[in-house]
Write a protein that binds this ligand. Structure first.
Ligand code: PMV
Ligand code: MG
Length: 368
């Protein structure tokens, strides 16, 4: 039996802007995991089973005569895509394909189906690719793993930055610069998968960051999960209609992130806090101009409470519900923030940043 796990993530800054090639975001990996187990099957069929996804209903809408299913919100789409891409890689490495059972266990999708927006689709993709690479005994580095999972995830979601995949592969705090996905889509037709994996991808950059020793991350969940891909679709409409305002947002976000990354490199806590506030303001303005409800009243309350106790707070990810993050001094009164959140029906998530060793090799112990 092979077991592999991949962590969930949260965006710290740079959301929406990072969807455009080469723009930066900062993310962290968290200690909540998707685990993928693989076992060779002795039958002619294999199963893909998951306790959390067993009631995964399909949602569809009508477009003329067509019944359209949005596969972007279905975890099985990501699992199947991960299998397809990794098996393509396995074939190119001369492996013979076989039949197996896959068991997925996701801490990122709670039993009652409630999601905290911690990147379960990215983590399930990464965990599946990781497990299959072990199963087929394929050589992989973090970079190869990222590229395989990014190809698989992009084939389903289509409009994301893949920052969540990077966080899940690299772990810890990272500065992620998104790669040129148009280039990837084109090259998929021309290059073999091994050639594509060995090329440097245009604009892709992942830099591990170190948080200052006095920095503490607090996470609050406001409920009401939002569909990230649909929110990104809406901002994409704004991009077409309000090009000037959109480009202004991109420039300002890039400048803000450059300063924040500088703050991490130099252990400058107050610069990081300052830029978190700048980034929050930029996202608020983007929401107002585009009519997308990024900072909901509950997220606003979460931020107001944290700011009152000396934290720098903002929405995390696409917003419209889900989580907000706070960067606060370890000496500050963390309990006071949490008490006030709970009184206001904001759920504190007691999660820690998850690190993955820099040197990363699989032990080939494939015995079931
Ligand atoms: O809502 P989340 O945590 O999945 O984050 C989405 C972040 C965006 O920048 C809005 C989209 C993306 O793919 O980067
Ligand atoms: Mg979200």
């Amino acid at each position: 039996m092979i077991t592999a796990k991949a962590p969930g993530k949260l965006y710290i800054a740079g959301e929406y802007a990072v969807v455009e090639n080469g723009n930066p975001a900062i993310l962290v990996a968290l200690d909540q995991f998707v685990t993928c187990q693989i076992k060779a099957s002795s039958h002619e069929t294999g199963n893909i089973i998951s306790h959390q996804y067993r009631n995964n209903d399909l949602q569809w809408r009508r477009q003329g005569d067509q019944m359209i299913v949005d596969k972007r919100d279905n975890p099985f789409s990501y699992i199947l895509s991960a299998i397809k891409v990794t098996e393509e890689y396995a074939r190119s490495c001369g492996r013979e394909l076989s039949i197996y059972d896959i068991m997925i266990d996701s801490e990122l999708d709670s039993d009652n189906g409630r999601k905290y927006g911690l990147g379960s689709s990215a983590a399930v993709t990464v965990a599946t690719v990781k497990a299959l690479c072990q199963f087929y005994q394929l050589p992989v580095s973090k970079e190869i793993l990222f590229k395989l999972a990014a190809i698989a995830h992009f084939a389903i979601q289509g409009n994301g930055s893949l920052g969540d995949v990077a966080a899940s592969v690299y772990g810890g705090w990272i500065a992620y610069h998104s790669f040129d996905r148009q280039w990837l889509a084109e090259q998929r037709h021309f290059l073999s998968l091994p050639d594509l994996l060995n090329l440097p991808w245009p604009d892709l950059k992942v830099e591990p960051l170190q948080a200052p020793s006095n920095l503490q991350l607090l996470i609050g969940w406001t409920g009401k999960p939002a569909s990230t891909s649909r929110l990104v679709d809406k901002i994409s409409l704004f991009k077409a209609k309000e090009q000037h305002a959109y480009h202004h947002f991109l420039d300002a976000s890039r400048e803000c992130l450059a300063k924040m990354i500088h703050g991490f490199r130099n252990g400058d806590f107050s610069l990081i806090q300052e830029q978190i506030r700048v980034n929050r303001h930029l996202l608020q303005k983007l929401g107002q101009h585009s009519g997308v409800n990024i900072e909901t009243p509950a997220l606003q309350k979460l931020c107001r409470i944290a700011e009152h106790f000396g934290g720098a707070a903002k929405t995390s990810g696409a917003g419209g519900g889900d989580c907000g993050i706070v960067i606060i001094d370890k000496e500050a009164d963390r309990e006071a923030v949490i008490d006030e959140w709970v009184k206001n029906r904001i759920e504190p998530l007691p999660l820690s940043v998850h690190f993955i060793p820099q040197i990363y090799r699989y032990h080939f112990n494939m015995k079931s």
